[in-house]
Design a protein around this ligand. Structure first.
Ligand SMILES: Cc1ncc(COP(=O)(O)O)c(C=O)c1O
Length: 399
């Protein structure tokens, strides 16, 4: 059976796929159906942060699958309870709601803040301020929250009540907050928008504005959380705590697991029956999540992530000094963006031919999000290939 042909024939054509079928993964390496190996600097877009098929996670999945795969959320399970208590102990939060994806975690957060104020009889307070260039998911509410037109086009009418302001501009945010606003929602480092970090004191000022106006601060850490940015959660870099945080992606290291975490006060927005999901937080995925959280939350593991992130950025900046096509290198930990001066979609395919997987966003920005277990030598290998390819690219431009 020809996988690519049949995939294109039978599956909705919504993904711009690269012509490659992967059949196996181990650590930072993926193998295609021809037996070729590739060093993976995408990791399922910041999902497989412990690398592909991490033995502790795979063991946990297999062991749990032999015991209990699913019961309804009408009942209690041990792994779900354990993961929730670990998340609470390691964060600002008091309560957790498990979901199957990042979009669903954000849906839950959006519903929570709206209902909180509706229950307080402040029915006019239902609007949420989000950021331009943000990305919060593909469901109707989360795409309406998203600050990118290309994600919304074709899906009108959108869900009402989202106001978009420029990221890192505290004055515009201040002007927009009135008695109709119930929350501000943002990614501490915008991922899909182009790896754009919050400026140093911006989040602190946003926190102050939210406190002053009695509204909630939601951090979408679906991409930035779980060690990706060198701390367990990216907001720790800024020393600012949210009222609500969403996680997904790396939480299950590839299994569909998301979570919405909230302070006790914010959690009052939901009561019996106000929100539910069939699969959210089922035993196998939460068992995997426990292993992931144990490993990633280790202080020395996180320290190594930061070290490797700094090393990676330094090497990319050395490339920038050499190749004028590179405009800027930015990011935190192992979420790094390299903005180019022109469209470089060819570079992704050329890297693939050389056995390296990289990812392009917004046409001109290469996003690196390797497994957090990536080795310095593996970073060096990619740098060498990028150096050669960018040299070729510049030569082609001259000729
Ligand atoms: C910051 C952020 N929020 C939400 C989402 C949506 O997550 P999911 O694709 O799991 O629904 C993403 C996915 O890329 C994301 O990066």
């Amino acid at each position: 059976m020809n996988t690519i042909e049949n995939n294109d024939k039978y599956i909705f054509n919504t993904y711009a796929r690269i012509q490659k079928t992967f059949v196996k993964g181990k650590g930072s390496t993926l193998f295609d159906d021809k037996g070729n190996a590739y060093l993976d600097f995408v990791a399922g877009i910041a999902v497989c942060s412990l690398g592909h098929c991490h033995p502790a996670v795979t063991r946990a999945i297999c062991d749990q699958a032999k015991e209990l795969i699913h019961v309804s959320n009408l009942y209690y399970t041990v792994p779900q309870t354990e993961l929730a208590s670990m998340l609470v102990k390691k964060s600002f939060a008091d309560k957790v709601f498990f979901t199957n994806s990042g979009a669903e975690a954000n849906e839950a957060a959006i519903k929570l803040v709206k209902r909180y104020f509706q229950e307080k009889n402040e029915k006019q307070r239902f609007k949420i301020i989000t950021m331009k260039k943000s990305f919060h998911g593909r469901t109707m509410a989360t795409l309406s929250a998203t600050g990118q037109e290309k994600i919304k086009n074709g899906f009108f009418p959108l869900v009402d009540g989202f106001i978009h302001v420029p990221f890192n501009d505290i004055n515009v945010l201040k002007q927009k907050i009135d008695s109709s606003i119930c929350a501000v929602m943002l990614e501490p480092i915008q991922g899909e928008g182009g790896v754009i970090p919050a400026e140093s004191d911006y989040l602190k000022k946003v926190r102050q504005l939210c406190d002053k106006n009695g509204i909630f601060l939601i951090f979408d850490e679906v991409q930035t959380g779980m060690g990706r940015c060198g701390r367990l959660f990216a907001h720790e870099i800024y020393n600012v705590k949210p009222d609500i945080m969403t996680l997904a992606k790396a939480l299950g290291n590839g299994l569909p697991l998301g979570a919405m975490l909230a302070t006790y006060e914010a959690s009052k927005g939901f009561a019996l029956g106000s929100h539910a999901t069939t699969f959210g937080g089922s035993p196998v995925v939460t068992k995997a999540g426990i292993e992931v959280l144990k490993i990633i939350s280790d202080i020395s593991f996180l320290e190594k992530c930061r070290e490797k992130g700094e090393y990676f950025k330094k090497q990319l900046n050395l490339l920038k000094n050499k190749h004028s096509i590179i405009k800027q290198v930015r990011g935190q930990g192992l979420l790094i963006g390299m903005e180019m001066k022109q469209n470089v979609s060819n570079l992704v395919l050329k890297c693939m031919e050389k056995g390296f997987i990289i990812n392009l966003i917004q046409d001109k920005i290469i996003r690196f999000a390797p497994a957090l277990i990536i080795k310095k030598q593996e970073i060096d290998m990619l740098i060498k290939v990028l150096d050669d390819l960018l040299g070729d690219f510049e030569l082609e431009q001259i000729q």
